[in-house]
Design a protein. Structure first.
Length: 423
């Protein structure tokens, strides 16, 4: 695809794929849209943004007369499955003229959400069966997932935890921090606690600080991290005060969730800068989604733009088999093609690990294009990102293959130390 685009443009200065890549990487503000008369102090107040979320079909219709019948049907049904909620800030990123707008696809319910295949599940990663106490998932030996709330600033239509998030299906989610913390205290093998939900950054600074203090008080907990989409949905929440508070709990990492380079606005860029300046290592988790990011140029722009924001693309997830998500799931074939076009073609720091969270509860399994063509006891045959083939010889123990290297026959070289004061 990229090659065709280059071939078509031999006469122009810049190939279209490259100019599209560059324009996707530009930072622009989300704008005020419908809310242009709202005073700055309110618009920039995260509580104002939460209070003014778009949550009903009527609001959607008023703000976006271009709503399609599929979207109207989806919005009618949404509150029975996963609530509709979009912050005004994030709503302004939607292109009302484009039914396939990548932001719109992620946020506006569609009637296809009511279609269910037999292989789709309400708990596709088998979290409930790995939960020793409510709100805690202990699947891997040394770390736990600690769900702190069932609320988010906005709801992603493909949410893997839509069974509990937003409380639309009546899932009785009442985590008790005392019980979750007691479990961690009683399990010295747990050295890594991942706070998620719902979105932990919806808590007030004080409430979050209190929770982090209790976790930091446990000797064997070495490492804390927070999974959040708030920097993307609600960059106003990333206040200097929040950053100063989080800084006290290092080592603390944050994983954000963004899928399309357009989500990285000027406002988000500034919020991520505040987090990075607080010394918080940042990673990103993306979900591979149809009409959103299932093409090479979009994904390349996304990972490169994340690096500009000091965010390491951490995981690219194959979309879980969550009920009613078929219209959003891209194929594994597409995912592998995207990975093929990232590795070697762009900065290694920009290449995420592509994973499938094994249906039923097997945990994350990496999937990768094949670079090892064959392997036996003595040698590994590899191909590189360009398809060239190379051989790596393993030191076979019983092969008398060694001789003295030529340099060792020569007289020793006298090394001169530099003057380190003037180096
Ligand atoms: C993803 C996940 C983790 C964290 O996995 P890492 O590979 O360490 O990032 C921990 N617990 C559960 C249940 C998870 O789904």
């Amino acid at each position: 695809m990229h090659r065709d685009a280059v071939a078509q443009s031999v006469s122009s200065d810049e190939p279209p794929a490259r100019s599209r890549l560059n324009s996707l990487k530009e930072f622009s503000p989300a704008g005020r849209g419908f809310w242009r008369d709202v005073p700055d102090a309110e618009w920039n107040d995260w509580h104002w943004q939460l209070k003014h979320r778009i949550t009903t079909l009527e609001q959607l219709q008023r703000l976006m007369p271009t709503l399609t019948p599929e979207e109207i049907g989806g919005a009618r049904f949404a509150n029975h499955k996963l609530a509709l909620a979009i912050t005004p800030y994030f709503f302004n990123l939607i292109d009302p003229a484009d039914e396939n707008c990548p932001i719109r696809r992620q946020m506006i319910p569609r009637i296809e959400e009511t279609h269910t295949a037999v292989w789709e599940m309400s708990d596709p990663c088998g979290e409930d069966s790995h939960s020793p106490v409510p709100g805690l998932v202990h699947r891997y030996p040394d770390r736990v997932l600690f769900l702190v709330t069932d609320r988010c600033a906005a709801y992603c239509r493909y949410c893997t935890r839509s069974r509990l998030v937003s409380n639309a299906t009546g899932y009785d989610f009442h985590p008790e921090f005392d019980k979750q913390i007691a479990y961690i205290e009683q399990h010295p093998e747990v050295r890594d606690v991942l706070l998620s939900g719902g979105d932990p950054l919806l808590f007030s600074d004080d409430k979050l600080r209190h929770l982090l203090e209790r976790l930091r008080a446990i000797k064997h907990v070495e490492f804390l991290r927070i999974g959040t989409r708030i920097p993307i949905f609600l960059p106003q929440r990333i206040t200097p005060e929040l950053c100063a508070m989080l800084k006290e709990f290092h080592p603390l990492f944050i994983s954000i969730h963004t899928n399309h380079p357009r989500e990285l606005t000027t406002e988000v860029g500034a919020a991520l800068e505040r987090l990075a300046d607080a010394g918080i290592p940042l990673g990103n988790q993306s979900v591979l989604l149809k009409h959103v990011n299932d093409d090479v140029t979009t994904m390349q722009a996304l990972v490169q733009k994340l690096l500009l924001c000091r965010v390491k693309p951490y995981y690219l997830y194959q979309c879980d088999l969550i009920t009613g998500s078929a219209h959003l799931r891209a194929s594994v074939k597409t995912g592998l093609e995207i990975m093929e076009h990232l590795r070697g073609h762009t900065t290694g720091y920009g290449v995420p690990t592509y994973v499938i969270d094994a249906p039923g509860g097997g945990g994350k399994v990496p999937v990768s294009p094949e670079y090892v063509l064959s392997r036996n006891r003595d040698r590994v045959v590899l191909r590189n990102y360009e398809g060239k083939v190379f051989e790596y010889i393993e030191g076979a123990t019983d092969a008398p293959a060694y001789k003295i290297s030529e340099n060792f026959d020569k007289p020793p070289v006298k090394l001169v130390e530099p003057d380190w004061e003037r180096f």
